[in-house]
Design a protein around this ligand. Structure first.
Ligand SMILES: NC(=O)c1ccc[n+]([C@@H]2O[C@H](COP(=O)([O-])OP(=O)(O)OC[C@H]3O[C@@H](n4cnc5c(N)ncnc54)[C@H](OP(=O)(O)O)[C@@H]3O)[C@@H](O)[C@H]2O)c1
Length: 260
């Protein structure tokens, strides 16, 4: 569906080598003009070059979403270049503590909330006037962690649960301006990072990486793990007019590992 986001200006905040990159490439493939924001200029340039190589249009704006001035600069850069914004995808991620909550520093939990919840809110607030003009759409990337309570995921779950609560409240608050806001909750994402991690587990337990994959995937209905492009397709759907009556919703993309 090459025209799903035809000429729409899609801002992706938190572009890294995993899902962020896949969302940018997928948006470009669907006809969007893509704005890439994260702190590392070299990675933004790399992904922007990949978007252009695929025939798309890209603007890279180095941005720290925990910084008011940096986010204001992002909005200004988008206005200067395109004069409009249609879609905002909030994807930023930092590796969580992965310790039991009783042994997790409060500072770690605070910084996770600061990035995931307040960082996302900062970007949403800054783009709200522009999104109101285009009756735009926001997609917040959440996680399967909101569906389980496994040990050591507590800090991550606190941040992502608060992100979900915020997304639902904002759906109500921004709805009358015509802005939709939805969440995508990926399960495992079968990308280079996870491939490396499964290699480490395989070495530790003296089994093959394929066996680690099979054991993990066996918990899902489809007996496989979703790939970055498959998560990105769910984002495209929610961002596009195909989901024009959908707001406040969470779309799980986990091959059926957990059901809502
Ligand atoms: N990977 C998984 O298995 C998985 C599973 C379920 C859900 N998710 C969710 O999917 C999303 C993407 O995860 P991913 O691992 O694929 O990430 P990614 O797209 O590879 O990278 C995310 C990027 O966020 C950027 N970021 C971090 N702090 C930032 C800040 N203060 N300001 C601006 N950008 C910032 C980082 O780039 P800079 O350091 O350059 O700023 C990082 O590279 C996350 O929301 C994550 O919670 C991931």
């Amino acid at each position: 569906m090459p025209n799903l986001l035809d000429r729409r200006v899609v801002v992706v905040s938190g572009v890294g080598p995993g899902l962020g990159r896949a969302v940018c490439l997928r948006a470009a493939r669907n006809g969007a003009r893509v704005v890439l924001a994260a702190r590392t200029q070299s990675r933004l340039d790399e992904v922007a070059a990949q978007v252009r190589d695929a025939g798309g249009e890209a603007l890279a704006v180095p941005t720290d979403i925990t910084d008011d001035a940096a986010v204001d600069n992002l909005v200004q850069a988008v206005n200067d270049e395109y004069g409009r914004v249609d879609v905002l995808v909030n994807n930023a991620f930092a590796v969580p503590s992965m310790k039991p909550l009783g042994r997790t520093d409060f500072e770690q939990i605070t910084s996770s909330i600061d990035l995931t919840v307040l960082g996302t809110l900062r970007v949403i607030k800054a783009f709200t006037p522009g999104l109101a003009e285009t009756a735009g759409s926001i997609v917040n990337i959440n996680s399967m962690v909101i569906r389980h309570s496994e040990p050591r995921y507590g800090s991550y779950k606190i941040a992502k649960s608060a992100l979900l609560a915020m997304s639902q409240s904002l759906a109500t608050e921004l709805g009358e301006q015509g802005i939709r806001i939805n969440s995508v909750a990926p399960g495992y994402i079968w990308d280079d990072q996870l491939k490396w991690y499964f290699g480490q587990i395989a070495e530790k337990y003296g089994i093959t990486a394929d066996q680690v994959y099979e054991q993990t995937a066996s918990k899902s209905d489809l007996k496989r793990l979703p790939e970055p492009e498959e998560i990105a397709d769910a984002v495209m759907f929610l961002a596009s007019d195909m989901a024009r009556s959908v707001t406040g919703h969470t779309l799980d993309v986990n091959c059926g590992e957990y059901h809502d």
